[in-house]
Each structure stands twice: as C-alpha cells, then as structure tokens.
Design a protein around this ligand. Structure first.
Ligand SMILES: *Cc1c(COP(=O)(O)O)cnc(C)c1O
Length: 453
C-alpha cells in the first residue's frame, strides 16, 4: 500500500468508485482533484493531468469554462429547480427552440431525463408503447449491434453487448436480439473504407426480414461504437438500416449520447449518413460536463400516438425527479450558443486534421499499433502484440491499464478501453497540447514495451 494523504484515506474508507476493482486502488490511489482549468486537472499534491478523454467524453469546452460558469451563477440566483410536470421555465424553452434548429430533420418533440442510460430506457419504452397504441401489438423486441454499449441500467444492458458490463447480470436482463454489426478492423469481407458497401449489413437484413413483425426498434450508436473501442464504421450501414426500418414500421433509435455535439465532426453523427432517426438520445456533451442531463428527441408521429384524452390511458408516464432542471438547461443553451458563435464545427475540423496528421506520423508504422483510426476529434490506437496477425496481448496483462498508469505519471489522463488507447480531448485543446498528448502516449507505450522485455 502506498502512503496516502488524509483525503485519499477517507475516500477509500467510504467510497466505492464506479467501474473499478477497488483493490486496484492499493497501487493507484484515487487522485483527489482540487481544481481544474481548461484541459488540465490539478490534484491535491499539485500534480497536473491533461484531460485527454474529456472526463468520460463530456467536457467539450474545458473545465471551469468562463462562459458556462457565468450563466450558472445567473441561473441559480433566479431558479435552481422546479418540478417539470405542469410547470416550465425559460431555459428549457430556449433550449428546445435552439436544439430543434440543429437536430436532424423530423425530430420535433423533446423529452427530458437526467443521464444517458435513462434516456435509453425512455427511448425503448416510447417505442414499445407506440406500437402497442398503434395496433402493432406483436412488436415487442429490440435489435442492437454486436459490441453495442447503451448504458448500464437493466433495460439498457438488454440492448448492450459489451461482455464485461453484461455477463454477470444476464439472468436479470431482458435480452434483445443482437445483429452482427460492422467491425471494420476485423472486417470478414476484407474491405476497407474506400471499397466498403456495408456488406456486413446482411446479418441485420436477415434478422429484420425474418422477424420484422416482432421488432419495435433497432438501436445503434451511429458512426462510432464508443465503449466497444471507438470502432468507426461506414455511414452506408446506417443508410441501409434506415431504408429497411422504414419499410417495416420499425423505429430507428440513434444513441448520440457520446457522438453527438460535434465529436465526429458533424453536430450529430447521423448526419454522416444524411438520414434521420425516429428517436434520438442526447446526453454527455449536451451539458458540457457540468450537469447530468439527457434529452430524447422524437418525431411528431410518435408524439401523436400518445396524444388523446387522459382516460384512454395512453400517456407516457415516465419521470425522473430532475427532468428539465433549469441549471442543466441553461448550461445546454450556452453550449449551443458557443457552438454557433465560436464556430465549433470548424474548430473540430481543423484540430481533427492536425491530430490525424501528427498521430499518423507517430503511430502508422509503430510495430504494436494495428491501426490508427480517427473521425472528427476522436482518435484511437488498436494496440496489438503483432501488427500482421492482429494478435492481441493477453487481456490478463492489462496492457492498456498499465500504459494508462505510465501516462498519468507523465501528466496525461489517457484512460483506455481494454487495449484501445484513444484521444477524445476537449475541443479547446491547442496544437501544442495535441503534440504533447501524442508524445506522452508514444513514450508511455514504448516504456511499457521496454519494461516487458
Ligand atoms: C455514456 C453512454 C451511455 C450512458 O450514459 P450515462 O449518462 O453514463 O448513463 C449510453 N450510450 C452511449 C453511447 C454512451 O457513450
């Protein structure tokens, strides 16, 4: 056990941290962050860490952003919370008015929740209830993709397929149908991005052709399967999926929780395929890492299926206590203003180009990088034992985790996904900081490999 500060001791005495084996904290005690500014976190001992993963993909414009801090002060002096049934407020109204202008065409009504997983639960319930109320009563099943991640509540796990999160709870879960999805690094059709016609859509197509009478919705993470390891796939897959779901009265649910708000270079990832979903879940970047909040966008067609006299019993009786919280809404309004006024999509394009150039220089020929892939301002390294055979390091070696620990000592927070090391920095990162992030990553990988020998 390392020597601990008083705060670390108290933390470990009481707190069970998320997504952790607490025994690991014997070797890597919690870093108690005292303050943060821009892309830097600073702990109680004065160590600084570059936040290269936007604190779990939420922080778009830096920590303690001046613009957002200011509006929070203003908002809490006016209204901090009010129940959202029968009551409303200006921040929520301004937010949906602005959001409506930037979401894909056809998304016209908005529901509020307080985190990503709850928005997924709501999307599934809305789709199911819609079909119950419009005569397609057999439509009770959901299809999702292999390797999908949609959150970790029981309903969301049913459409998820990342084994470490799901396997223990299988007996509790209402398992959806899993379609073999795109997996481009291991493409069974031996295609690459230039010649791909989304041949891998065939499994989804078969499942839908054979079961469409029972299918309520298909849910996807458009363009990038995040938690699966930043797996980027072709928009052609989404186009094909949109066509067939339309044909068979199946909802297409876009989980934009991670990829929405500019991350892939478009405001929403669905735009790459130039099609609209029926239901769209937004969270994470929506409130820029300041406040837990999510929004579900739906079509008027879905909305209308719930609109009738109360006694008909078709209301959507789902609520979260903090739904539509005014502080969260006011923050999200500011996020959208920043996007517009500071031309953030152009910023992402420019910095993304720089990241691609530099990362390719450093990693394209690295013997242990099977692939460097990128879209917008997400870059990911597929860390392998053997580049030619794509053989992976034994998962027991926890290579990603070891590299993460080395990088922390060098001042970068590069939390990996298994053996995928990725960059998902706040959009305010500078070119010099991109250089430094990549250098630390390269040095950490090389140090890990050298220590193994
Ligand atoms: C993070 C995430 C979720 C879950 O959101 P929470 O706010 O953590 O509950 C769902 N889907 C995707 C794609 C995510 O990245």
């Amino acid at each position: 056990m390392k020597e601990l500060t008083e705060l670390q001791q108290k933390d470990l005495q009481y707190i069970f941290h998320p997504c952790s084996q607490m025994k690991d904290y014997e070797n890597l005690p919690p870093m108690v962050i005292k303050k943060a500014k821009g892309i830097y976190l600073e702990d109680e001992l004065g160590n600084r860490y570059m936040d290269c993963v936007s604190s779990w993909w939420v922080n778009l414009f830096g920590h303690c952003n001046d613009r957002i801090n200011k509006v929070i002060w203003e908002q809490i002096n006016n209204l901090e919370h009010v129940l959202f049934v029968n009551f409303s407020h200006e921040p929520a109204i301004e937010l949906v008015e602005r959001l409506h202008k930037v979401v894909p065409k056809g998304i016209d009504k908005f529901l509020f929740a307080d985190n990503g997983s709850s928005s997924i639960e709501m999307a599934l319930k809305l789709s199911f209830q819609y079909h119950q109320q419009t005569g397609a009563k057999e439509k009770k099943k959901f299809i999702s993709l292999a390797n999908a991640y949609h959150g970790e509540t029981i309903g969301a796990l049913g459409v998820g397929d990342v084994d470490i999160f799901t396997s223990t709870y299988r007996p509790l879960i209402k398992e959806g149908i899993k379609a073999k999805g795109p997996d481009c690094f291991y493409c069974p059709f031996k295609k690459n991005f230039d010649c791909c016609e989304a041949e891998c859509f065939s499994d989804m197509e078969n499942i839908i052709e054979n079961n469409h009478k029972e299918i309520a919705a298909v849910i996807i993470e458009p363009m990038v399967q995040g938690a699966a390891g930043m797996k980027i796939y072709s928009p052609k897959y989404i186009k094909k999926l949109r066509e067939i779901t339309k044909k068979y009265n199946i909802h297409l649910i876009a989980d934009e929780i991670a990829m929405g708000f500019g991350r892939t270079g478009k405001m929403f990832a669905m735009e790459h395929a130039r099609v609209s979903p029926d239901i769209m879940c937004m969270a994470k970047g929506l409130s820029a890492g300041y406040y837990p909040m999510s929004i579900i966008g739906i079509t008027n067609e879905i909305y209308d299926a719930f609109y009738c006299d109360y006694l008909e019993g078709k209301s959507f009786l789902h609520s979260h206590t903090y739904s539509g919280n005014p502080i969260g809404c006011r923050i999200a309004v500011e996020v959208l203003k920043i996007f517009e006024e500071e031309k953030i999509l152009d910023v992402v394009a420019k910095k993304g180009e720089y990241l691609r150039k530099k990362a390719t220089e450093l990693f394209a020929n690295h013997p242990n990088v099977g692939e460097y892939r990128q879209i917008g301002l997400i870059g990911a390294l597929e860390f392998v034992k053997d580049k030619d055979t794509k053989e992976l390091f034994d998962s027991k070696e926890r290579a990603g985790y070891e590299i993460y620990k080395i990088a922390l000592k060098k001042g970068a927070l590069l939390r990996p996904l298994g053996n995928i090391i990725y960059f998902m920095p706040p959009y305010i990162i500078t070119e010099e900081e991109i250089d430094r992030m990549l250098t630390i990553c390269k040095e950490s990988i090389d140090e890990y490999l050298a220590n193994k020998l």
